[in-house]
Design a binder for this molecule. Sequence first.
Ligand SMILES: [Cu+2]
Length: 173
Amino acid sequence: MSSDIIHLCSIDYLTYSFIFYSFGTKLSTFNLVLSLISYMKKAVVLILAIALVGGVAYMWKAKKVSAPTQENAKVESVKEFTMTAYYDPALKKPIFSLPEMNIKKGDKVKVKITNTLGVHDFVIDEFTVAKELPLNQETVVEFTADKAGEFVYYCSKPGHRAGGQWGTLKVTE
Ligand SMILES: [Cu+2]
């Protein structure tokens, strides 16, 4: 009889300890899931932070790299020419000393023209350039060649273009 009671008690004890053990395991599993979610949240925040910092750093670097390149391109693309505009008494003709200018499309063109005799101006219809050339001083004409082709620069004073005061501006692609 007493051994039966002991036997029953020992079964009950095992059952209880199993229930408590299961409950405890479930609790710890729940805790594990919770801490896993918490960890994942932290990981996502960390990944987002790294991506943000990386993105900003990349953009900053890209901006820093592209800025001097544009500046260099700008410096390289300026084409400068120097010429005189005058009236030749011996030939009895108005003249531009430079008969031709060769540039590339997109170039910024800077033409320094000094009028040494007569009344002249400098015109390129296609680039809407028209500038008076005061006597005995250097006039700077600037424009950007935004289209390719062959264009005529000339003096628009009466009879000067017909008299030969013109030249060819060659803009290649
Ligand atoms: Cu002229």
